[in-house]
Every structure is written in C-alpha cells, then in structure tokens.
Design a protein around this ligand. Structure first.
Ligand code: FES
Ligand SMILES: [Fe+2]
Length: 470
C-alpha cells in the first residue's frame, strides 16, 4: 500500500528551525532577545474536536485546569491604596482582591459564610469592612467575621466554628496580580518559570496603570478564541493592513516552561505577502510607519524615503527624544523599542507588550456554556504623560496619574469599534471557525510551524486534563 503523502506531496522546503527574524531586512538592527531552544511538538493532526463544544469537557476543564492554574487578574494599581478592593468574576466563582500595607494583597471567595450570598457587587471600591445584603453579617477586609446581626438568636455551637471568609492564594509579580484556587499550588514564580520571567526583566510593569477596559461576551469556545491570538499565520488573510508595516513570517517564536510563550513580530518591516504585491518596493511610507515616526518625534521633513530605513529612524528618534517622550529607554534593546512581543500567560491571557504599554487580553470560559467566552481587552501603560503605542486606545475617563481607578465598560453584541479593527477582524472570523469545527466532516486541526504556540498550548492543556500536571 502506498503511503498517502498529502495533496502537496513531500514538503522538501520544510522550515522548522531556526524560525527567526530576518535581520538582513533592516541592516544595522540586531535582535537583543535570546532565542529559546526549539521544542518539537510533532506534526500530528489534533483530532479531539469535542473540546470546543462539549459541556462535559467544560466541566472537566473547571475541575482540572481552571481551579489549578495561576490566573493573571489585574494589577496592583487597580487597587492603588490600602483598603482598596476589586471584584474578579471567573467562571462560576467570584473573588475579592484587597490591597494591604505596601505591595501586599489578600484574596477571598466573594461568599458570605452565613448562607452563601455574594456580598460584593461593585467592580472596584474601598472599604474597611463589607456587610452582606441578606442578613447583615459583617466582615473586615482581612476576611474576619466581625459582626453577626442579632447574634443572640444563634446557638453557641452554630457560631463556634470558623466563619471567616474563605481565602484564596494570591501573589503579585512586577505589579501583576495572580490568583490560584488550588490551596496546594506552588509559588507563582515557579509557575512563570525563570526563563520567562527573565525575558521580561527590562519592562517596568510595576509603574503601569489601566487606561482602557472593555469586556464582551463572544459566541465561541474560549480555546477557539485564544488560538487566533497566539499565532500569526492568519495575519495575511485576516489582517492585511498589518502586513504593510509588520512581518508576519520571520517571527521569533519562543516556547517557555508551563505553557507560556512569546512571539516577536518585527514592526516597521512589511510582510513578504505585502512586498510581493509591490514588487519588492514600497511607494513612499505607509501611514502606520509615519505614525510610528511621529510618535518618536521624528520631524516629517526628516522622515526616511524608504521603508528599509524607518525602523532605525524610529529607534534613533526614541533614544534621542526620550526626555520629551517622558520615558527612559536606556534599559531596552533597540528591537524592544519597536517590535511587538506577543506573550501568552497560560492558559487565559496574552500581552502585546512594548516598553510604554501593554495590550492585555483575557478569554474567560463561561460557567455553563462551552460556546461562550468572556473577553476582556485592557490597556495598561506607564503612569504619567509618556507617549504610548498609537494602536493602543485610551479611555476618555482614564486618569494617567493613577489616582482614579478606571471603571469597566461592558459591551453588548460581538465586536464593534471599541475593540479596534484588528480584534474586530478576528471576532468576525472565529465564529465561522467555531461552527466548522463542530462538523462531523472535520477530522481535526493540522497545525504548521507558524502555529507552534497553539501546539504548545494544547500540550500543556492535556497535561492538566490528563492529570499529569499535579
Ligand atoms: S447570607 Fe450573608 S448574612 Fe445571611
Ligand atoms: Fe488576529
């Protein structure tokens, strides 16, 4: 029997390693970032389509994954002073995160120990204590039950047990707050891993504040949604506008421990798909390149004529004008001043990070419906007046001093201009993907090497689902 070789025959030009930026494109710019060793996740078809729509799988995910991982939920500057709190809803749970002295934080299940009422309903606030709306039991913000209304009506044996709020593990790293529902979870630093933490050494996240926060419910499985945000293979097809100033092919993909990953997308370097349409050249500079030059305070009269010179001009402009830009770039390598780092914090969050700001996205599984995801889009950026990347929206209500905490905007429907045109393009596409993967005519996904982080995601996912992780 002859072996089926596939419709394209043998792929003699297979590129697996190295998958690195093409530095020859912009002479003089060297990448300062350590390429992580290649990890071979194989090339098999991933046949388990039920994971996108089965309520049983969703329930199993809750027990084996959601309740076991460290989840990034916000930033210390969301609870900027002692006694500030925020509510975090996740699946069928709700938590309260409270700022203590200094950089300390505490976290509790948002559940009254009398009869189980969720007593905090505000997203953010400041309180030394909370009173449950059902029968007025009161808790101090360190979780202690400190008043039982009409206490004399309770027998002593009813009250002589621990009725304090149930605590949950919480830790902060570089200003980001993570929680973990598993009382036996190891430290957050171990979960993030040394190499992943080190890769972010230069970024001063502790000084970031939230400047944009919109949320929406999407009709798709949370994993189907995330897949579209941890690979760049779809960029040419779905986001052709990005190809005019971003390389989607010569991208450095880095695999870190415990499911975390990074892809470095070179900015100010058009994609080959775009260059092919312009016969290798580019008529003048695209608007996006001019925006980057302006944001680096490069005068229009000094704009380069060729795209090949734009990246170096942006970097030089940022370094030369850093005082006027309100930012110290000295700790960053040249490529960090321009390129887009797409990071994934397994399993629910991604960052698109630059020195000045982060586009932070989360996809939270719905409690009941595997075909629903709660999407969070947030911008965190450096406190003060520094110029942040032009593609990052800032809410008109945002206070860049960080004194006033920005409220959350909840959007109806799917997509819309508040998400920006790039996410809108993904939101238009992913429901088609969700519909197709439920077909009995679809036998499973066949990922290429540009989608290696999707393979990595599922390698880690199954470690949890098959109980190999704990
Ligand atoms: S349920 Fe909270 S006081 Fe009764
Ligand atoms: Fe996309």
């Amino acid at each position: 029997m002859t072996r089926f070789e596939g419709p394209l025959g043998k792929n003699k030009d297979l590129r697996i390693e190295p998958w690195t930026p093409n530095f020859e494109k912009t002479p003089g710019i060297k990448g300062g970032q350590t390429k992580q060793p290649y990890v071979d996740f194989g090339g098999d078809r991933m046949a388990d389509n039920e994971k996108y729509f089965s309520p049983e799988v969703l329930a199993k995910e809750w027990d084996l994954l959601c309740t076991k991982v460290w989840m990034i939920v916000g930033h210390l500057n969301d609870v900027p002073e002692e006694d500030c709190f925020m509510k975090v809803d996740y699946g069928r749970e709700s938590f309260i995160i409270v700022r203590g002295k200094g950089d300390s934080v505490r976290a509790f299940f948002n559940v009254c120990q009398h009869r189980g009422t969720r007593f905090v309903t505000a997203d953010f606030g400041r309180a030394k204590s909370w009173t449950c709306p059902f029968h007025h039991w009161r808790y101090t913000n360190d979780g202690k039950l400190d008043n039982v209304y009409e206490r004399e009506s309770f027998r002593e044996e009813t009250l002589c047990r621990n009725l304090d709020l149930a605590p949950i593990k919480v830790e902060a790293w570089k200003g980001w707050i993570f929680i973990n529902m598993d009382p036996n979870a190891g430290p957050l630093t171990d979960y993030l891993g040394e190499r992943f933490r080190e890769s972010l050494d230069a970024f001063e996240y502790r000084k970031f504040i939230r400047l944009y926060d919109v949320r929406q419910t999407w009709n798709m499985n949370w994993k189907a949604a995330i897949e579209a945000f941890i690979e760049g293979y779809h960029v040419t097809a779905i986001h052709p506008e990005l190809c005019t100033f971003m390389d989607d092919y010569y991208v450095q993909h880095d695999i870190y421990d415990n499911g975390h990953g990074r892809s470095i997308f070179p900015f100010m370097e058009p994609a080959q798909s775009y260059l092919a349409t312009t016969k290798g050249g580019q008529e003048g500079l695209r608007d996006e390149m001019k925006l980057f030059l302006s944001a680096a305070l490069v005068d229009e009269k000094d704009h380069p004529k060729r795209w090949q010179d734009v990246k170096a001009a942006v970097i030089a402009g940022k370094r030369r004008n850093q005082a006027k830009l309100g930012f110290d770039f000295s700790r960053f390598s040249d490529d960090q001043l321009v390129d887009d780092w797409n990071l994934s914090f397994f399993p629910f969050a991604t960052f698109n990070t630059h020195p000045e700001g982060v586009l932070f996205q989360r996809w939270v599984p719905d409690a009941e419906d595997p075909r629903k995801t709660h999407y969070h889009l947030q911008i965190y950026a450096m406190q003060g007046d520094c110029v942040i990347p032009s593609y990052m929206p800032i809410s008109p209500e945002a206070d860049r001093t960080g004194k006033n905490v920005l409220p959350i905007t909840r959007l109806e429907g799917m997509g819309g201009p508040a998400l920006g045109f790039v996410v809108q393009q993904d939101v238009d596409l992913v429901p088609k993907f969700q519909a197709g993967i439920e077909s009995r005519g679809f036998k499973g996904a066949s990922y290429g090497e540009q989608e290696i982080r999707v393979r990595q995601f599922y390698r880690e996912y199954y470690r949890y689902m098959n109980k190999q992780r704990f």
